[in-house]
Write a protein that binds this ligand. Structure first.
Ligand code: NAD
Length: 490
């Protein structure tokens, strides 16, 4: 039986062989009628979305878009059902591949994320039209696709983000070209190949989801500036968010966060502890919405920390926190641009690995370590993406909200409160002005996982579209009929 490492190696060799023109499992070429040139016969059929340059990828996605435009909504749904089915049925294999390649997060959650996105990403059922009916007839507003979307995905959820983006973007009639994070490219290649193969076999359209097999910053830049790309959607940290916001094209930007949690004196502390652990420990704190720092009012601070221990988290002493901070936080940049960041060796590692780095042995089953810090500890301002959570003691809820707002850095991404005082909830909701605001639940409840609402792993924060759906990737078109077809009489 092949190990996952061997499996990934074989897949990459097969892909590279096909890219180099050797026979692979591609379909027969020459009879598809597409307009662009890439294979010797003049089409991109049989590439199953995997490309080694931006021009070919965009040309193939453009052909695929034209073919998709001829198909019905029912066929779009069938296309999406293949992506969903593969994400769900093959979640163990693909999730394991992602874990082995990226080496961050938790295997069970890598697997679960694929299944969850396959099951819950908004599809064609989210498409709708609006109608104005009046004395002068009818105006129908429909939501049309943009065309080819340039997509950037993060290492924290490489294939899950592609899965979610592909479902929503194809649901609204678009095709996509993905520049994945280089450290998650192999699982991205494999997932995209499987999606395209299944779609091609059933519906005869290839390359609805195209991907650069060797992504670089240069290929991302070429994608941003390609005239065939009509819209950009990036999911990632500050650098890529800034690059997308500065691009000349319309961009939907799912940017970074540093979600704070407030716990006031009215909170159910045991429930708060369970929720904080569930959210902050998920995939070792890699979620952009995950709890990153906690402000607790003094009156219940010690009891809150006791509740965290009771719920299974392990508390570090002040000396242990100092030791962890020295190892897990580093600084980058020069002069006024110098700032703290999480050390990449610790991002997404297990709590037991973090603890071992400071000479502390804890069970591998422990999901989260935590401890008291002051607000100046770098774990408070930094988006740590590792399962250590700083708890800061504050005088009262006003100070908690004020500090939560300050350390969220104006990302307007996600914030949480545990409270039974609706005034405090309201005050914090207004002050934070975040895209997601969760009361008495873990972060993921805001994406319909244990709460109401729907799911996406691209939450557009600086550009304001929020939790993306198929409609996010559409342009409005209005169709007016003058003076007729209002059938309601005078
Ligand atoms: P990252 O910023 O290092 O990389 C994200 C992607 O951007 C990668 O594909 C990378 O190659 C690319 N990239 C980086 N700099 C670029 C530049 N200057 N030009 C073009 N492309 C560039 O982030 P990551 O570590 O992969 O992911 C974690 C980050 O993503 C966190 O900050 C997290 O909050 C954020 N995130 C946000 C959401 C959301 O929905 N808002 C979802 C997931 C992750």
């Amino acid at each position: 039986m092949q190990t996952t490492e061997q499996l990934i190696r074989n897949v990459v060799q097969q892909v590279l062989a096909e890219l180099n023109g050797q026979p692979g499992s591609g379909a027969a070429h020459g009879d598809c009628g597409c307009h662009s040139k890439a294979n010797a016969c003049g089409c991109h059929r049989g590439r199953f979305g995997v490309f080694d340059n931006v021009d070919d990828a965009v040309a193939a996605a453009t052909d695929a878009f034209e073919q998709l435009s001829e198909r019905s909504l029912e066929e779009r749904k069938r296309i999406i059902d293949h992506i969903r089915r593969i994400s769900i049925e093959q979640c163990v294999e693909l999730g394991t591949m992602e874990m082995e390649e990226t080496k961050i997060g938790r295997l069970a959650h890598k697997i679960e994320k694929l299944k969850t996105l396959g099951e819950h990403t908004p599809g064609v059922e989210f498409m709708r039209s609006e109608v104005f009916s009046g004395d002068h007839g009818l105006a129908v507003i429909e939501h049309a696709p943009f065309g080819v979307i340039g997509v950037i995905t993060p290492v924290t959820h490489s294939l899950p983000t592609i899965t979610g983006n592909a479902v929503s973007m194809i649901a609204s009639g678009n095709t996509l070209v993905v520049n994945p994070h280089p450290s998650g490219k192999r699982v991205a290649v494999e997932g995209v190949r499987r999606f395209n193969q299944a779609i091609y076999r059933d519906l005869g359209i290839d390359n609805l989801i195209c991907l650069l097999a060797e992504p670089t910053l240069e290929s991302a830049d070429a994608l941003f500036n390609h005239r065939g790309v009509k819209l950009i959607c990036v999911t990632g940290g500050p650098a890529v968010a800034k690059a997308a916001l500065q691009s000349s094209k319309r961009a939907i930007v799912a940017g970074p966060g540093n979600p704070p949690v407030v716990v006031d004196e009215t909170a159910d502390l045991d429930r708060a502890a369970r929720c904080i652990i569930q959210g902050a420990a998920y995939d070792n704190n890699l979620l952009c919405i995950a709890e990153k720092e906690v402000f607790v009012v003094a009156e219940v601070f010690d009891r809150m920390l006791a509740a965290m221990e009771k719920a299974g988290a392990v508390r570090l002493s002040a000396r242990e926190i100092d030791a962890l901070t020295a190892k897990a936080i580093t600084s980058v940049g020069e002069g006024q641009h110098k700032h703290d960041v999480a050390h990449k060796d610790f991002i997404g590692q297990d709590a037991a690995v973090l603890a071992a780095a400071i000479g502390k042995q804890i069970s591998p089953q422990v999901e989260l370590i935590f401890g008291e810090t002051d607000e100046h500890n770098p774990f408070v301002p930094v988006e740590q993406m590792m399962p250590f959570l700083p708890f800061v003691r504050v005088k009262d809820v006003d100070e908690a909200i004020e500090k939560a707002k300050y350390y969220e850095h104006g990302f307007r991404h996600t914030s949480m409160i545990h409270s039974n005082n609706v005034r405090n909830m309201t005050r914090m909701g207004r002050a934070m002005d975040t895209t997601l605001f969760v009361k008495n639940g873990p972060c993921m409840a805001s994406l319909g996982l244990g709460g109401e609402g729907y799911l996406s792993f691209s939450i557009a924060t600086p550009t304001g579209e929020g939790v993306t759906t198929p409609l996010t990737f559409t342009r409005e078109r209005r169709c007016s009929l003058i003076d007729d077809l209002r059938i309601l009489g005078k």
